[in-house]
Design a protein around this ligand. Sequence first.
Ligand code: KG4
Ligand code: ZN
Length: 361
Amino acid sequence: MTILAIETSCDETSAAVIRTPSLNGEDVVGPTLEIVSNVVSSQAELHRKWGGIVPEAAARAHVEAILPVIEEAVAPLSESRGKGFSPNPEWNGMGREGIEAVAVTNRPGLVGALSVGLSAAKALAFAWKVPLVGIHHLEGHILSPLAVRPDLRFPHLSLVVSGGHTELVEVRAAGEHRIVGQTRDDAAGEAFDKGARLLGLGYPGGRAIQEAAIGGDPRRYKLPQGLAGETSDFSFSGLKTAIRRLVEAEADSLCITDAAASIQEAIASVLAERAVRAAERSGFKALTLVGGVAANTSLREKLAIECSRLGIDFVVPPVELCTDNAAMIGIAASFRLYRGERDGWELDVYANAALPGGDER
Ligand code: KG4
Ligand code: ZN
């Protein structure tokens, strides 16, 4: 099946074409899952001047970008060829007539931003007379590792870390989740973003901190790691306060490189430690790392080392599939479509939404 997927939940306008020639119907998509194109237009430059995402500006930027991005995703001479993710060498000009379903992120996210993607998806599905499926953004992140590891089995544990979420999730099957740990306040990405702002490193903060931290001493400044003891939950609000105090106390003598390295260490080490402990407790053989913060090199390295020591299969998608993208939405949609599910024209957008098939704690 060939699926056009659309993602506009936050500040990236993205469209992808994915193809799943052989859905094997069991618990994996199958080794033939193929990302034909995955076009991402980032608004980071636009929001930088405000130091964070302005929802109204994000929605307007999606309105401008949505059709050019979709056109590029379905165009035979798409620029994503070659620089995108595993383009199909046999692509010979599949146009819109090849699309058999339209998938779109409809929750959770910025309502104005989501509405742009959903309206475009509805119009195209209506005009092309193909099924429409709404996808939960985090379900997309959770299934993104299948792009590189189609043999990934269920159940497995997933550390979901993005700008809005920090969750440890048991993925029992595609679309079936149980949350085993989560943040009690800020998300990990938010902690990176706030830390970067306090250090004057700008927006988006995660990548800025990672780059500023290169060569820095992660032990130079002592920063809190949140909740102590045996818990699978996280807390990052104390870290933000501690960084603010550090910046005030050290003033001009603050070493930005060491401060960035210390912040990265505080966030990455608590995430890695709790995820590995939860994986061990669950007895699952695989741990995945997904969401925008999964782009962080230090976090990837820590988890890779610990998992290899404990014989846990560690799976993390390439960076382009960690930050927001439509390919992951197409992957999640392939499971819903395979189950014969589709949504009606009344499909709506939601700012907040529990993971599908999950028992909230
Ligand atoms: O998943 P995502 O692209 O959007 C949401 O769904 O929220 O995640 C965005 C978050 C931002 O907070 C950003 O600072 C963080 O991911 N991020 C990073 C890195 N790249 C992006 N955090 C740490 N290190 C990175 N290299
Ligand atoms: Zn995301």
